[in-house]
Design a protein around this ligand. Structure first.
Ligand SMILES: Cc1cc2nc3c(=O)[nH]c(=O)nc-3n(C[C@H](O)[C@H](O)[C@H](O)COP(=O)(O)OP(=O)(O)OC[C@H]3O[C@@H](n4cnc5c(N)ncnc54)[C@H](O)[C@@H]3O)c2cc1C
Length: 533
């Protein structure tokens, strides 16, 4: 049985504004209704605007906002013959949609967004995000790139009232998914669904994209590619070897379709103790698992402390304007920032911990690494922690993601030419880290750089906006806070097109053209002196 219920009413690509805004409102209310633990705003406030009125108001407000920021500039990029697209954005999730909007506002045309998923199934929010509300604060800036009327808050408050927004703890996951659908339509972003990038093949400085669209193979050319292909987009899920060695039907990574219904009455082991581990454990327990055992190598679970003035973060943390500049830090600081993240115990929202811990049949094993994992003759998975033995019906690997460009099929032809941190930075003794060394060493516009001094210049036309950019940019790229870095990528693309296409001869002609005076008729009567000499 499928883990998640796919939305029936996947969004059409054409913009039918009235119908769409009404649909957005209805979807949201139903979305919030299904988000466990999050009350419907009407119930909280008793003063929710009527849905149809609110949808009308949202439509009017959005139209006004789009009018007030002015028309989208015309496409100024000089076309190159024989090329299908100026930019192909791989991924129609929040990053891809926001970058597409940014390019549109910069006047960069012939941008195509592709996504291998079907309409309504892009991103993670309706599939593997198993928590009722986002993990990040509700007030963060999102994909709207400064246009406040396109923000989550504007959308939500207009549909449900300001009191409803104030009453939210954090953003309901279903509402965030609905909002992104709405954002896509409000910004008029077309996505070519069911279109998968198979491989990138360089051709001079161009990129030949091998695609599979609805089962048929085709090749399209692009000058630039943006990889907005998600957390798993630079090496895939991280699956420990001892898990991978097991038959595929007895384990699932948290990025996969966990067969929760089949786990009712069964014993489940969860490897890892981050947010996704707790969320998967909670769903298994809610669906009737007999026992869930979670294994953490660490001695404690971290969770956000209640805000305290004494524990103020250093001044360069938590401030979007400064986060945006973390790329400018010296390599040694960026490297140590990564080491700190690697060393730290991942912080889990308190409500995710409590959701699982509320079950008596949930057992957390700290300082515990499973060993001797195998499948026994009766089909169970067996394992040990020290002298203690365990038997499971199913293992869930909540073991995160790995950065390994060699394992990313789309990069099969080029990964060897890409500069990695190990090529550009020599850590001090004791600060070596194999995982960090495998990250790409990116340029300031998120572009890959060639490993060698000459050759492979085409790599600068591939912009990597996924988790692999985390070391270079100091934050998990792709998450909501990383949206502050998108303008940097958009500007870099615009700059490259400008440099490539600028007609310097035309500029010189313009600058050197003789200045001619218009007729003096409007002021002729007042001229007292024509020549002071
Ligand atoms: C479980 C989970 C919970 C999270 N919760 C939060 C949170 O609360 N707050 C927060 O700020 N961040 C959170 N994040 C991090 C981040 O916000 C999400 O991962 C978010 O989905 C990233 O958006 P994205 O657009 O970069 O990638 P995605 O949403 O993953 O979208 C990538 C898209 O690329 C498509 N794609 C991939 N490969 C190809 C290909 N070869 N061809 C065509 N299409 C392709 C996919 O189909 C997908 O639609 C969470 C991450 C996870 C995994």
């Amino acid at each position: 049985m499928s883990e998640s219920t796919r939305p029936q009413n996947a969004p059409p690509n054409q913009l039918d504004r009235r119908g769409f805004f009404r649909g957005a409102a209805a979807l949201t209310v139903s979305g919030i209704g299904v988000a466990a633990g999050v009350a419907r705003p009407e119930a909280q406030t008793g003063a929710a605007p009527a849905i149809a009125d609110a949808a009308e108001r949202l439509e009017e407000q959005t139209q006004s906002a789009l009018r007030w920021i002015g028309r989208d500039p015309a496409d100024w990029v000089r076309p190159r013959t024989g090329v299908d697209h100026n930019v192909v954005i791989v991924g129609g999730g929040q990053s891809g949609l926001s970058i597409a909007y940014g390019l549109k506002r910069k006047g960069v045309g012939r941008v195509s967004v592709i996504d291998r998923a079907a309409a309504g199934e892009t991103g993670i929010w309706r599939t593997i995000a198993r928590m009722p509300q986002l993990r990040t604060p509700k007030t963060l800036a999102g994909p709207e790139l400064g246009n406040a009327a396109l923000s989550f808050r504007a959308w939500y408050e207009t549909l449900h009232g300001t009191a409803a927004f104030d009453a939210l703890d954090r953003i309901p996951t279903a509402a965030w998914a609905d909002y992104l659908d709405w954002f896509q339509r409000a910004t008029g972003t077309m996505v070519r669904y069911r279109t998968r990038l198979i491989e990138i093949e360089p051709q001079g400085d161009l990129l030949r994209l091998h695609l599979e669209a609805d089962g048929a193979r085709r090749v399209e050319t692009a000058r630039k590619v943006v990889l907005a292909n998600g957390y798993a987009g630079a090496g895939g899920p991280n699956v420990p070897d001892f898990v991978r060695a097991l038959p595929a039907d007895v384990w699932t990574h948290t990025t996969g379709n966990i067969p929760f219904d089949a786990l009712a009455g069964k014993v489940v082991g969860v490897i890892g103790a981050g947010s996704s581990a707790f969320d998967a454990a909670a769903v298994a327990l809610e669906r009737g698992a007999a026992e869930v055992h979670m294994f953490s190598r660490r001695s404690y679970i971290d969770y956000p402390a209640a805000p305290s003035p004494q524990a103020a973060p250093p001044p360069d943390r938590g401030y979007p304007n400064l986060l945006e500049l973390s790329y400018e830090l010296p390599d040694s600081v960026r490297w140590r920032n990564f080491l700190l993240g690697d060393r730290r115990v991942a912080s889990v929202p308190l409500d995710s911990i409590e959701r699982a811990a509320a079950f008596q049949n949930f057992q957390l094993h700290l300082n515990s690494s499973l060993s001797d994992v195998a499948r026994s003759a009766d089909g169970k998975v067996t394992g040990k922690v020290g002298s203690k033995s365990f038997r499971f019906d199913h293992l869930i690997a909540a073991t995160g993601y790995r950065i390994d460009l060699a394992a990313q099929p789309e990069l099969a032809r080029l990964h060897e030419a890409i500069a990695l941190w190990r090529d550009r930075y020599q850590p001090s003794r004791g600060e070596e880290n194999a995982a960090g060394a495998a990250h790409p060493y990116l340029g300031a516009g998120f572009e890959f750089l060639p490993r060698t001094e000459t050759g492979a210049e085409y790599l600068r036309n591939i912009h990597c906006f996924n988790l692999a950019a985390a070391l270079s940019f100091g934050i998990p790229v792709g998450d909501v806070p990383s949206v502050v870095d998108q303008p940097r990528l958009v500007t870099a693309i615009a700059r490259d097109f400008y440099r490539e296409g600028v007609d310097t001869a035309a500029h010189e002609r313009f600058i050197n053209a003789p200045l001619t005076a218009p007729p003096s008729a409007p002021y002729e009567r007042a001229v007292a002196t024509r020549d002071a000499a």
